[in-house]
Design a protein around this ligand. Structure first.
Ligand SMILES: [Zn+2]
Length: 140
């Protein structure tokens, strides 16, 4: 099956996960799980990163860590996740994730990412806490 079709099948079946790194990139660009899903289903390839091969980094529920190749367990742990929309910051507690035992990278299901996106949009059940903002400017 060609990579583009394989990716679309995975998206339709929600058989994919987001790394913590992917979430950070999405937040920086203001993209939601829905945006990514839409792009993967409707988008077209405008640039290829390789010479002749399509570099496909979309893996469906990977068995090995994208970053260190450590073996991933199927079981999930509850972790704390920091996300932001523009300059509004959110801390999610007790988020289920698969965690790489070697490098600590976290893998979140599409459903969980979508749930966090919704909470950030509607801000239900939030408790507010002051956060110190510290600027490390070089000494003059
Ligand atoms: Zn790893």
């Amino acid at each position: 099956m060609p990579p583009a079709r394989r990716i679309r099948q995975a998206v339709i079946g929600r058989l994919y996960e987001f790394t913590r790194h992917a979430l950070e990139e999405m937040d920086d660009d203001g993209l939601s799980e829905t945006d990514v899903r839409f792009a993967l289903l409707r988008g077209e390839v405008v640039a290829s990163l390789g010479d002749d091969r399509v570099h496909c980094r979309v893996t469906m529920k990977p068995d090995f860590c994208e970053y260190c190749n450590g073996a991933l367990q199927t079981g999930e742990r509850l972790v704390t996740v920091h996300r932001h929309v523009g300059d509004r910051h959110f801390i999610f507690e007790r988020v289920p994730a698969r965690v790489c035992p070697r490098c600590g990278e976290r893998y979140f299901s599409a459903a969980i990412v979508r749930k966090m996106d919704r909470e950030m949009k509607h801000r239900r059940r939030t408790s507010l806490r002051p956060v110190p903002i510290i600027s490390l400017s070089p000494e003059g």
